[in-house]
Ligand binder design. Structure first.
Ligand code: UFG
Length: 340
């Protein structure tokens, strides 16, 4: 297929690009580089053996996207471009609605004008809010508690409406749990700008000596060791989930949503121990107050994706930790940072 991949230079997008190109698909990236770097295009090529086509631009720019779709005869879109900091979204909700919701609106207008029949959208398990039961399945009530989550929910709603009005359109919303790890080459991975918000990049930076100590947010949750439990999924498994969604859309239309997770939860302390073992470095930590908005425990019901997409996460926690460490080690030993 000829795939327009928005946000293809980002953490998840770069891994999706590699997986799609390795499976023989043509990939055209549109990315505004607001939270990523152009270097990543070359790194994708180093792994996949060919350069993806790259445009620096805004997915909400209807004229640009229509031009890209026509020029490359795009038949499928994988839409990952968007802001993703939960904390920032609480401070600056309009920034999130403008970029995530309005950007998607422009993309959808361009797709409709050019009659593109397939879309895979990067959604998030955050739309479920505090789990009412576990594992969390796709029918779980949706109770967002921040603007980031609401932007994802608005977009899912828009996609449902559009799909109802255009029955030939196929849409898959992929609800990610907690993506971690990196491609086995260590060439692409997660490189957050500034202080990391998420656990794994913070752990990696503490292990490498860039930061002194990890704050573990809460040691009194009703979980086996008192720390928060999440469903961490290897980013390569997640990327393969997008390939499975694309295959699914080659023979299905309508609107669909699938969780992408492993179905298994690990606590913060379990993550620290696993990372220490794989990296050979200690990760000093201290238990601090809970972080506002955090839930105790969340992990996915993965049956729908197994049945519908014929996809399952296969990579173990050890691989998530060792690949994240390999990426960090390449950065520290002279590989230029994608955020330079
Ligand atoms: N944590 C710490 N210290 C840190 C960072 C995180 O103890 O420095 C803990 C959190 O309290 C939580 C766990 O590590 O228990 C995971 O936290 P992350 O910030 O890595 O991930 P979240 O589950 O909070 O959120 C992530 C993404 C969201 C997405 C959500 C989906 O950041 O965008 O998963 O479940 F919506």
């Amino acid at each position: 297929m000829k795939v327009l991949l928005t946000g293809g230079c980002g953490y998840i997008g770069s891994h999706v690009a590699v997986v799609l190109m390795s499976a023989g698909h043509e990939v055209v990236i549109v990315d505004d580089l607001s939270n990523s770097h152009r270097d990543v295009v070359g790194r994708i090529a180093d792994i996949a053996g060919q350069l993806p086509v790259f445009y620096q631009g805004d997915v909400g720019d209807v004229a640009l996207v229509r031009d890209v779709i026509r020029r490359h005869q795009i038949d499928s879109v994988i839409h990952l471009a968007g802001f993703k900091s939960v904390g920032e979204s609480v401070q600056l909700p309009l920034k999130y609605y403008q970029n995530n919701v309005c950007g998607t609106l422009g993309l959808l207008q361009a797709m409709e004008a050019e009659s593109v029949p397939r879309l895979v959208f990067s959604s998030s398990a955050t739309i479920y809010g505090d789990p009412q039961y576990l594992p969390v399945d796709e029918a779980h009530p949706q109770r967002v508690i921040n603007a980031y989550g609401r932007s994802k929910l608005h977009i899912e709603g828009m996609l449902q409406d559009i799909s109802a009005s255009r029955p030939s359109l196929g849409v898959v919303c992929l609800r990610y749990f907690n993506p971690v790890g990196a491609h086995g080459s260590g060439l692409i991975g997660e490189y957050p700008r500034g202080t990391p918000n998420n656990l794994m990049p913070y752990v990696v930076q503490v292990a490498s000596g860039e930061r002194e100590v990890l704050n573990v947010f809460g040691g009194d949750y009703p979980t086996p060791d008192g720390t928060g439990v999440r469903d961490y999924i290897h980013v390569m498994d997640l990327a393969e989930g997008h390939l499975a969604a694309l295959n699914f859309l080659s023979s299905n239309s309508g609107w669909h949503a699938f969780n992408l997770g492993t179905g298994r939860g690990f606590s913060v302390l379990e993550m620290i121990r696993a990372f220490e073992k794989e990296s050979g470095h200690t990760v000093p930590y201290r238990i601090t107050a809970r972080r506002e908005g955090d839930v105790a425990c969340s992990y996915a019901d993965v049956q729908a994706a197994a049945r519908g997409l014929n996809w399952k996460a296969t990579r173990a926690l050890e691989d998530m930790c060792s690949s994240a460490w390999r990426f960090q080690s390449r950065l520290s030993t002279g590989g230029r940072s994608p955020a330079d």
